[in-house]
Write a protein that binds this ligand. Sequence first.
Ligand SMILES: Cc1cc2nc3c(=O)[nH]c(=O)nc-3n(C[C@H](O)[C@H](O)[C@H](O)COP(=O)(O)OP(=O)(O)OC[C@H]3O[C@@H](n4cnc5c(N)ncnc54)[C@H](O)[C@@H]3O)c2cc1C
Length: 485
Amino acid sequence: MIEDKIEDVIIIGGGVCGCSLLYELSRYRIKTLLLEKENDVADGTSKANSAIVHSGYDPAPGTMMARYNVEGNALIERICADLDIMYKKIGSLVVGFDETDRKSIENLYVKGNKNCVPGLRIVEGKELFSMEPALNRDIKCALYAPTAGILSPWEFAIANAECAVKGGAKVEFNAEVTGIKKENGHFVVDTVKGEYRARFVVNAAGVNSDIVSGMADEKSFTIQPKRGEYYILDTTEAKLVGMVVFPCPSKLGKGVLVAPTVHGNIIVGPDSTDCDRGATESTVAGLEYVVKNALRCVPSVNMRSSIRNFSGVRADAGLEDFIVGESKRTPGFFNIAGIKSPGLTSSPAIARDVAGMLLDKGLDSTPNPGFVAKRKVTRFKYLSDDEKKEAIKKNPLYGTIVCRCETVTEGEIVDALNRPLPPRSLDAVKRRCTSGMGRCQGGFCGPRVMALIAKYTNIGSVDIPLDKEGMYIVTGKTKGKRAIL
Ligand SMILES: Cc1cc2nc3c(=O)[nH]c(=O)nc-3n(C[C@H](O)[C@H](O)[C@H](O)COP(=O)(O)OP(=O)(O)OC[C@H]3O[C@@H](n4cnc5c(N)ncnc54)[C@H](O)[C@@H]3O)c2cc1C
């Protein structure tokens, strides 16, 4: 029966927006399928950004962006507690050097109050430098936003998707969408793997959202990708700043920030440059710009402690707002598009809104008895000594350290390989367990993680990619029998 093969909803794209919507829809008896072109969720912009939970003073009052930002900020705190996602509410400062900056900060304060951002204050002098001693002493004042936070953005997407799948939703990887048509009242979505059918389609394809939208609709917007480059500093620099430190925003965006990460590093960046889709290389010019601007606000940033550079690409539709809602020309086709910053912060609020729109179209709102409201993962490094002993007693695999830089155990990697959406690449394990995120960047633990993937999945060791399909690490055996852990 073809009817049995028709999903209620197909979501295209497994970034934070697609995965948040998948989770939101899993609350109900709705058949949902997420199609993702890569071999993991959070493998696009959602894995490469500043990871800030913005408080919401920046978007123009009255926009969807302003509402989603402030609602998303509050939702993220709750979701991270429920789904055991690394998150810290640490506050942010936008710092100003002169009278022009002061006006800009006062303007942000007014906008923030219009957007209902709680607790905003303009701070200066002794109070400011006691809050953040590493700031440049030429700084005259700052906007303090206590509700700003930091989180693990890829873990946010993974946790939402894992719980949704446990609750009955489906995810198809390596399924790039190539065409969308309507047939007998439902959508037929063509992919490189075959066709899928659904009553409703939601386009959450990030920097490709204009292309995907054009498959179902007349092209109504264009994405100009904009790259942002970063440095990650070693955990030795962890005490540099306690809050997110921004300069005043400009035409190029929120500017180069210096901030802690939830993993105990310092993140420095980004710049903003027009680029091609997926052009995530690092450039000399981009990195020089980042260093110069970071040192202006926090002169003691020690760039020699850099352990990694990366870049992410913004999906900029050239608008002051996100594109969220049902297409006027193609009923049943929804866009979550042009989701530039603060898209990570906004994603759970966007998901709630779009889920509501879909329910209004007649989807079954009966609660799903299998809905997964909570998730718990073991992070060995953060356990007390007694808890570590107890964990090893229950599962001796927690007694073997695989990644020494980040103290990641074999038990945690095997746990990840046994959860829904098991990792299929070295970086997918890294995103779930933090192995390879430390000073040596996987130099020591990489081969051991590969051996575990080969042991616990059906992927042969020579077929394990570093990240996306085709990014192979080894081509064959060099010395006869492969080393075993
Ligand atoms: C430099 C930078 C800094 C940022 N900093 C912050 C911040 O601090 N705080 C904040 O709130 N926001 C921030 N953002 C914005 C935030 O990262 C994005 O808004 C968010 O990640 C977008 O999520 P998404 O799900 O819409 O897109 P994505 O994460 O890009 O996901 C889209 C997915 O669709 C898939 N896809 C694409 N085409 C197809 C296809 N044809 N078929 C199937 N799948 C397809 C892709 O592989 C991808 O996985 C930043 C962005 C950048 C680039």
